[in-house]
Design a protein around this ligand. Sequence first.
Ligand SMILES: Nc1ncnc2c1ncn2[C@@H]1O[C@H](COP(=O)(O)OP(=O)(O)OP(=O)(O)O)[C@@H](O)[C@H]1O
Ligand SMILES: O=P(O)(O)OC[C@H]1O[C@](O)(CO)[C@@H](O)[C@@H]1O
Ligand SMILES: [Mg+2]
Length: 531
Amino acid sequence: MEAVGVTPAPVAAPEKKKLLDLKDPFPAAANSGAKASSASKWATKKKLVGGDAGYVLEDVPHLTDYMPQLPTYPNPLQDNPAYSVVKQYFVNPDDTVTQKIVVHKTSARGTHFRRAGPRQRVYFQSDEVNAAIVTCGGLCPGLNTVIRELVCGLYDMYGVSSVVGIEGGYKGFYSKNTVALTPKSVNDIHKRGGTVLGTSRGGHDTAKIVDCLQDRGINQVYIIGGDGTQKGASVIYEEVRRRGLKCSVVGVPKTIDNDIAVIDKSFGFDTAVEEAQRAINAAHVEAESAENGIGVVKLMGRNSGFIAMYATLASRDVDCCLIPESPFYLEGKGGLLEFVERRLKDNGHMVIVVAEGAGQDLIARSMNFVDTQDASGNKLLLDVGLWLSQKIKDHFKKKPSFPITLKYIDPTYMIRAVRSNASDNVYCTLLAHSALHGAMAGYTGFTVAPVNGRHAYIPFYRITEKQNKVVITDRMWARVLCSTNQPCFLSHEDVENMKHDDDEHHHMHNTQLLEGGSSPVSKCNGSAAAV
Ligand SMILES: Nc1ncnc2c1ncn2[C@@H]1O[C@H](COP(=O)(O)OP(=O)(O)OP(=O)(O)O)[C@@H](O)[C@H]1O
Ligand SMILES: O=P(O)(O)OC[C@H]1O[C@](O)(CO)[C@@H](O)[C@@H]1O
Ligand SMILES: [Mg+2]
């Protein structure tokens, strides 16, 4: 590997060589909405390591970056009977995970991330660890499984017996007492929806949170939450580093909307798509049983329509899927109302799935609405499902010879509040294990998640700098349009402009090849190639 990394390398620390990039990865915009942190001027530099053929490792920080003399210890896992039969259990320190999975003969190898997993040597002794876990932002199936597996993993794999939960999200650090978490107390929690720790929006106060870590001697903090939470985790890490604390700050990405960039998908997403089938099915049954029956189902997806898109593809009963990324219009030629009328004439019934963030500009225009925000600064949305249902009813009221029956189903919180399904449970277990292996190995300031099917440690700035969105010029959206036969609501010119914008944005002409397919749809498709 060619030497182009950062900071002086201590013994047994990860590879860090020559300086490549000194840009501040935490520009002010990335922290907008948050309380300004005194840590920002200390913002760490990107740790980039170059190699042959355009290989770049975007490494994560390590405690030894600012505490170079830290001692190391043998990983207690090597004496664990469960693992003793497993050969090559420890991850090779040179292993990295590629972000770019679709390549050409002449492609540069591009960005890589450090592979997650247990290391031969660790930077914490078992009885030295005081771990804390917090959940922030909205609910998501699987939160309890991640909590359970962090606690059990720390106890069973690393012999750690001091793990506490922070109640009620970020504000719980400075406004509540901690709760002790043991394998016994978390034994059954994966069978329940929600989070046993509680959660909240708003209330992120970096200084007070780090004071709490310092006062309580917490030296590993696991922060489970969405894009906002990970931005918060990033400033906590900066402040911890500025104070020179031996404390690993680890993010576990959570969001039902699947809007976190770089990663394959977020936990709970599969469960949500599965649960959405029940609502779509009900809408279909209702619509099929009535004269000109219309079922409208609203699903979550504030800025990204992944749940709606996948639920539509999975169901095959959906006639029209509306998502925030794809603008639509109601009236006139090519509009939604014309399509509804035609589909009812052809089939006698139809189902519309609408993501909550779709058509917000249309509604705001028709209602003269002023923006409002939640405690975290997220825009509060207007109810597109209700609005759309009313618009459709109004349209057909003007056509007495065309009676319709419309049923509106809003299952949004039911989808989010259920327990995680089997595959999400396994996924959450791997996430939790990867997280604690990273912390024990001294890594910090990172989020853990699979990238092209392999778990990796990703620097915070990479997953907070932009949101994962459905790319409507990619083939996955084309599959939706093919399955529903809905209008695309875009002119040829619009599509060309979008393609152009995409190209400009990514500096490349093939979205599958950009930065490891930062085409979110191809990633959401799992590690599989687009077909
Ligand atoms: N830029 C930021 N800097 C620091 N803290 C932030 C920032 N943005 C959000 N937070 C904090 O992160 C927590 C969660 O944020 P938010 O409510 O936006 O949910 P989220 O983590 O994005 O999850 P989701 O959107 O999936 O529900 C809140 O306590 C909020 O104060
Ligand atoms: O009502 P709450 O808790 O603010 O959550 C609603 C939002 O949370 C999300 O589920 C993201 O977590 C969005 O889809 C939705 O807009
Ligand atoms: Mg969010």
